[in-house]
Design a protein around this ligand. Structure first.
Ligand code: FMN
Length: 357
């Protein structure tokens, strides 16, 4: 059974989006947007929003970013106490402001001992949590995972696999590989052959998850044909553009487990999906409106405008006049303005409102 995982995206993978994905039947794991360990430990006014876990609670993976091992280990300990699947270390982010600060992909490029120390310190934190007896008398197993790229432009295949072996030996229990180098843009095809080789290397050890460019049934099948030994697929951008993507993949592939009976009960209850002419269709107007409402419910006011804009930058790609509606919404200054603008679009383009699942 292949796992389906919602990928981490800064400003997007928050509770508001997670709730919509969950309404459509959910997926196996939800990686949170990266949480800056040092900031989180300050317990500043915005930090608690990163830790919201009212929906899909048991499937959340807390992704940590940072430049120093100590705060990351301490933060891991705090996040473990919130429940979920476990802690992920971000070793893949190649945004300049992140790697220049010593976080993200720079962990793949630092002296090996430094990265080894980070992994073992976070591992120790998790082990100490795992060894505790909870109030109900049980233990909770929290997992350690790493999401990574191939390395920088000069990466050597052997060194990359050796790096992954080091992660495994230090207690990493799942790897997600986004098979591009530091500088390779998202437009470049990901190199799935590295996922396959890594999955073969890690066979009978730990799961390896493929990430990159999976956007529909055809691209899912293509990716799996290139990396048949991968244990699952992580989908990032398309989980914002089409939060129903996991539902769509699930019903096409019984192995993935979402049967028609169960199909998006929450989405149907909330009017995100309706039955039309004997088939289920997504109401894309409703999904956009519910996303905006979820910002009000689950994000601090200070984040509303940017998080609305980041979502619609992807979501508008669903529509025939995507550029037109995108530029209008990206100019909206308030959530109310965005709601009015978005609703009006469907008066002009009623045919864009529904999508068959
Ligand atoms: C807006 C945006 C934010 C992202 N933020 C993160 C992040 O916080 N942590 C991370 O590991 N990767 C992050 N990524 C990378 C994605 O998780 C993923 O590796 C990449 O988008 C390729 O997968 P996709 O083709 O399914 O989108 C981000 C990507 C985008 C587009």
């Amino acid at each position: 059974m292949k796992k389906l995982i919602a990928g981490p995206m800064a400003t997007l993978s928050h509770q508001g989006l997670r709730k919509i994905i969950e309404d459509f039947g959910g997926c196996d794991e939800y990686y949170t947007e990266m949480i800056n360990a040092a900031s989180f430990l300050t317990h500043g006014q915005f930090e608690s929003f990163y830790a919201l876990n009212d929906f899909g609670r048991e499937k959340i993976v807390w992704q940590l970013t940072g430049k120093d091992a100590e705060p990351m280990a301490e933060c891991a300990r705090e996040l473990c106490a919130l429940g979920g699947i476990g802690i992920d270390l971000n070793m893949g982010c190649s945004a300049p402001e992140i790697y220049k600060s010593g976080a993200g992909i720079s962990w793949m490029l630092k002296p090996r001992e430094e990265t080894e120390r980070l992994v073992s310190e976070v591992r120790n934190s998790i082990d100490s949590f795992n060894s505790e007896v909870l109030s109900d008398g049980t233990h909770k197993h929290q997992r350690l995972s790493v999401k990574l790229r191939l390395g920088d432009e000069n990466f050597k295949e052997d060194e990359f696999y050796d790096f992954c072996e080091m992660l495994y030996k230090n207690g990493v229990e799942q790897l997600v590989l986004h098979p591009r180098t530091k500088k390779e843009k998202l437009a470049r095809p990901p190199r799935y052959q590295f996922v396959e080789q890594l999955a073969l290397n890690m066979k009978d050890k730990i799961p390896v998850i493929l990430n990159g460019n999976v956007k529909d049934v055809a691209s899912y099948e293509y990716a799996m044909s290139k990396a048949p030994d991968a244990s699952g697929v992580m989908i990032a951008r398309m989980s914002a553009q089409k939060p129903w993507i996991f539902c769509k993949l699930g019903i096409r592939n019984e192995e993935l487990g979402i049967g028609n009976e169960e199909l998006g009960i929450g989405a149907r209850e909330r009017g995100l999906m309706i039955e039309r002419d004997g088939a289920f269709v997504v109401d894309r107007l409703m999904v956009g409106m519910v996303y905006i409402q979820n910002l009000r419910l689950y994000q601090p006011k200070e984040f509303w405008e940017t998080r609305m804009q980041r979502f619609f930058a992807y979501y508008c790609d669903n529509f025939s006049f995507g550029h037109y509606i995108k530029s209008k919404i990206l100019n909206c200054k308030t959530l109310e303005e965005a709601e009015t603008t978005f609703t009006k679009y469907f008066d002009e383009m009623p045919g864009d409102r529904f999508e068959k699942i």
